[in-house]
Design a protein around this ligand. Structure first.
Ligand SMILES: *[C@@H]1O[C@H](CO)[C@@H](O)[C@H](O)[C@H]1NC(C)=O
Ligand SMILES: *[C@@H]1O[C@H](CO)[C@@H](O)[C@H](O)[C@H]1NC(C)=O
Ligand SMILES: *[C@@H]1O[C@H](CO)[C@@H](O)[C@H](O)[C@H]1NC(C)=O
Length: 458
């Protein structure tokens, strides 16, 4: 198992967490349900609303229970039509019936904002589905129009990266072969209906032994595009720009791009290339930070991309180990890792403001200037144990005092030991509020937690 140092958010990530306020948060999640152990949709809706900053979800179906569960929430919901249903939906009455059955009963109570006609149809679909894709998108749009919903609900479809050729020189990305015949009219449809082109850039699926750092936003030699003289230092941007170049080559550079899926598994088969817990945490944090930053890509500067992380939960019925482990959360809602989408219980603020001062759990302070870091009252033993492991392991602090025979060994409880360790870390790292964050399990207090022979540093 991975070490638990991920439970500590780095200061810049903590600040970032404040940065993605609900108002301009471009990050959503894919709520996949290929599992037999997921919580009921009503609990999922409550969880997302109360505990996370996630304000948009994407479904791979139009599950009525889920749509009902998200009624009267501020969370936008994207629904999907199964690939197999595409050919029939080319007929307008069928499309109208689909809208009447899957949208009208739930909208506007549930903020359905997009219907996706199939999923990666050009990659997975048979020829009938592929040939009928754009016609079905048009009839669904037509059906929405008749129902007077076309202004509120967009129609799109997500694409696998296989629709374009290589990304080694992003500016040369093109829709290859038959794809062009389908995608050109599709882009025209997006242009006319003001709906986004949706793609699934997954650096993870493009990994080679020599490009892991490039895929992971880590220091690397870069990939130089000789045609634009631009140097790519991350694969995600190269993939985005390759798609953009293909769109632009057909005259549709203005069509919005939405990232329908991206992510990284936290577990895989033994020795599977690039799979690790730390890589999953790292990739997801970086991609979230990157798309939210407003920097854009080399060919699309200053653009922000609505991005759906895959996925919300680990899905236990997926075929491979890595596919089962793309989730941000376990079915019991505990985070697999925290990528900064958890709501800060103490309230957030914009990035430039200092971190909020936590409310002390103990009474008012006496000695000015002295502060200690202790566990929050509601912190779980699991989290606190992770904090101990981190401080005394990865971070390498001296924990002799909480080992057997040490002055702070008694009471021999996780909470008591964590309290000592967390404070030791806080003091050693300069006593910034952030040094006591510990994934929201620590709080700074001004009364000395020392007792008997157990003296806390201050
Ligand atoms: C993609 O294909 C086009 C021709 O359709 C070619 O000009 C271009 O170099 C190719 N790009 C890559 C990266 O292979
Ligand atoms: C691209 O950027 C990387 C990382 O900054 C650098 O090491 C590399 O020399 C650059 N390559 C070119 C061709 O500019
Ligand atoms: C649609 O195409 C026209 C003509 O190229 C362009 O001016 C406009 O910006 C496009 N709109 C969108 C939403 O892509």
């Amino acid at each position: 198992m991975a070490k638990h140092h991920y439970l500590l958010l780095l200061p810049q990530l903590f600040l970032f967490l404040h940065h993605i306020s609900a108002a301009n948060n471009p990050i959503g999640v894919n709520y996949g349900t290929v599992a037999d152990n997921l919580p009921p949709p009503s609990q999922v809706a409550t969880f997302l609303k109360q505990k996370t900053t996630i304000d948009k979800i994407k479904l791979f179906d139009s599950n009525a229970d889920i749509l009902r569960a998200f009624a009267n929430s501020a969370i936008s919901v994207t629904v999907s039509i199964a690939n197999g249903d595409i050919p029939a939906l080319v007929q307008l009455p069928a499309a109208q019936a689909w809208v009447a059955n899957n949208i009208s009963p739930f909208y506007p109570q549930t903020k359905i904002n997009r219907i996706l006609v199939g999923n990666e149809v050009i990659f997975w679909g048979d020829n009938t589905q592929i040939d009928n894709l754009v016609p079905a998108m048009k009839t669904i749009h037509q059906a929405l129009k008749i129902a007077n919903l076309d202004k509120d609900i967009q129609v799109s479809t997500p694409h696998a990266m296989t629709i374009i050729n290589g990304t080694y020189a992003p500016s040369t990305g093109r829709f290859v072969g038959k794809n062009k015949e389908i995608l050109e009219p599709m882009l025209e449809f997006h242009n006319q209906t003001n709906s986004p082109f949706m793609i699934c850039p997954y650096p993870f699926f493009n990994l080679a032994p020599d490009n892991i750092n490039y895929a992971l936003y880590k220091p690397n030699a870069g990939v130089f595009d000789p045609f634009t003289k631009k140097n790519y230092t991350n694969m995600f941007d190269a993939e985005m720009d390759a798609v953009y170049s293909a769109m632009k080559a057909l005259g549709y550079g203005d069509v919005e791009i939405v990232v329908a899926e991206t992510g990284w598994p936290s577990m895989g088969d033994p020795n599977q290339l690039g799979v690790s817990y730390d890589n999953a945490v790292w990739y997801n944090k970086q991609v979230i930070k990157h798309v939210s930053s407003g920097v854009g890509t080399l060919l699309m500067p200053k653009r922000t991309f609505e991005t759906y992380i895959f996925g919300l939960f680990n899905e236990n019925l997926k075929p491979t180990v890595s596919e089962r482990n793309f989730g941000l959360f376990k079915p019991d809602f505990s985070p697999v890792y925290d990528v900064g989408l958890l709501r800060n219980q103490q309230g957030g603020g914009p990035v430039n403001k200092p971190a909020p001062t936590p409310t002390p759990v103990e009474g008012g302070g006496s000695e000015e200037d002295k502060k200690w870091c202790v566990p929050k009252q509601d912190a779980s033993d699991t989290t606190l144990q992770s904090n101990i492991d981190y401080v005394c392991g990865t971070a390498g602090l001296d924990c002799k005092n909480i080992q057997s025979g040490g002055a702070c060994f008694e009471p021999n409880s996780v909470r008591s030991h964590a309290s000592y360790a967390m404070n030791a870390y806080y003091q050693a790292h300069g006593r910034h509020e952030l040094d006591c964050y510990f994934s929201d399990s620590g709080v700074v207090v001004s009364s000395d937690p020392s007792y008997q022979e157990c003296k806390y540093e201050a």
